[in-house]
Ligand binder design. Structure first.
Ligand code: CA
Ligand code: CA
Length: 347
C-alpha cells in the first residue's frame, strides 16, 4: 500500500489560503448518500440498532444524555508508531468516564440549535479584511472549503485541483450556493468551525471531547487495534466505514455505497455502540493541535478521517490518526460530536 503524507491541514482555512495565495484544503465529499425517508427517531437508551436512512436525525427523548452512550473510563494505548509521524509516540493514557454522542451531530440537531438561539456560524459572518491583508477578494467573502473531484489530474501534489474556497458555502449549503441540506437532515453537519461546534455543545449543556477521550471512545475497547473494528481493513470483504475506495481524487469506486457524506448510523457500531468513529466526517476535538513541530497556532485536532480518506491519500480513517483543522473556516468533510462529563445519569 502506498501512503503519502499530506502537506496541508485538513482545514487549511482562510488565513493559510491567503498566505499561499490560493484556497486550499484537502479532500471533501461532493455530495451523495442514499435517499432517506423521514420520521424515525431513537431513544438515548436504545441499543446498537442501525439508524441510517429511516432516521430523522434527532434523538427521541429530551433528557440531558439524549442520543448519548456512557463510556466507562480506563487506560489505553493512544497513538501509533506504525503510521504518520504526528501519531507518535504510542503511549498509555487514562481518561475518566464520560457520555458521548452515539453519532455525529446531524443537520437536524444543528438546525434545532440555530432555531433556538439564532446562532450565526463563522462561515456566514462578514470577514474582516484587516485580518487577511494579502488575501485575494474571494477569500474575503463568507464561505468555506468545498471538494470538487477533478476530471483529470495534473500535478498529483497540487491539492488546489480538488479544493476550492467557495463563497456562500455554509452548514445549510455545504457545497456552496445551490446546494441544500433539505434531504440530508440525518447527515452530519459540516462547514462548522471549532467555535461553532463549541457553541452548539454549550447550548446542549455539553463539551467537545478531548483528543484522548475521542480516541478512547473510538477504539471501543479494542486497545491497540489498527481500526475501530479490529485489525483487518475489510472483514469478509466488507467496508466498515464511509471512506474512499479507489484512487483519490479521480476515481471513487463507491464500494461502501456513498460518494459524499452518509446519513449517520449506516455502518456497524464499534465496541461501545458508537457510529462513524471512522470516516463519514472528521470530528473536531477540544484540543489545540501539536505535533513534532510543536504547537500549531490557530489549529485544533480533528479525528477519524472522512469520506475522502483513501488508501493512496490520507489513510487516516484509523483511531490513532489526527490532523489539524483551521479555526477560521469550515469544510464539507469536518463535523463533530459532543461529550458530557458530569450531570448525567450514569446508571
Ligand atoms: Ca464512500
Ligand atoms: Ca466520523
Amino acid at each position: 500500500m502506498t501512503q503519502r503524507t499530506e502537506k496541508q491541514s485538513v482545514a487549511g482555512g482562510r488565513r493559510w489560503s491567503a498566505a499561499v495565495g490560493a484556497a486550499v484544503l484537502l479532500f471533501i465529499g461532493v455530495s451523495g448518500g442514499l435517499a432517506l425517508s423521514r420520521g424515525a427517531s431513537i431513544d438515548s437508551s436504545a441499543g446498537a440498532q442501525q439508524l441510517c436512512s429511516a432516521y430523522f436525525g434527532l434523538p427521541k427523548n429530551t433528557t440531558v444524555t439524549r442520543g448519548m452512550i456512557f463510556v466507562a473510563g480506563g487506560s489505553y494505548r493512544m497513538g501509533s508508531d506504525k503510521h504518520f509521524p504526528e501519531e507518535r509516540p504510542q503511549r498509555v493514557v487514562s481518561v475518566d468516564g464520560f457520555w458521548i454522542d452515539r453519532h455525529e451531530v446531524t443537520n437536524a440537531q444543528f438546525a434545532a440549535f440555530v432555531a433556538a438561539t439564532g446562532y450565526i456560524t463563522v462561515a456566514e459572518r462578514p470577514v474582516d479584511p484587516a485580518l487577511y491583508p494579502s488575501a485575494p477578494p474571494h477569500l474575503l467573502l463568507p464561505g468555506g472549503m468545498v471538494f470538487h473531484a477533478p476530471a483529470a489530474l495534473g500535478s498529483a501534489e497540487d491539492f488546489r485541483q480538488w479544493w476550492r474556497y467557495t463563497p456562500g458555502a455554509n452548514w445549510q449549503h455545504p457545497q456552496g450556493p445551490g446546494s441544500s441540506i433539505d434531504d440530508r437532515m440525518n447527515h452530519p453537519v459540516v462547514q462548522v468551525t471549532h467555535e461553532d461546534a463549541a457553541a452548539y455543545a454549550r447550548w446542549a449543556g455539553r463539551d467537545l471531547p478531548t483528543e484522548a477521550e475521542w480516541e478512547f471512545a473510538a477504539r471501543g475497547g479494542l486497545d491497540g487495534a489498527e481500526y475501530v473494528w479490529g485489525d483487518e481493513k475489510t472483514p469478509s470483504g466488507v467496508w466498515q466505514a464511509n471512506v474512499w475506495q479507489g484512487r483519490f481524487p479521480v476515481s471513487n469506486q463507491l464500494l461502501d455505497g456513498f460518494e459524499g457524506t452518509a446519513p449517520v448510523g449506516c455502518f456497524e457500531v464499534n465496541g461501545y455502540g458508537l457510529f462513524d468513529m471512522a470516516g463519514n466526517v472528521w470530528e473536531l476535538t477540544a484540543d489545540d493541535y501539536r505535533d513534532a513541530r510543536g504547537f500549531q497556532r490557530g489549529m485544533k485536532v480533528v479525528k477519524g478521517g472522512s469520506h475522502l480518506c483513501a488508501d493512496n491519500y490520507c489513510f487516516r480513517y484509523r483511531p490513532s490518526a489526527r490532523q489539524p483543522a483551521a479555526l477560521d473556516s469550515g469544510s464539507s468533510h469536518i463535523g463533530f460530536r459532543t461529550v458530557l462529563r458530569k450531570g448525567g445519569d450514569h446508571t
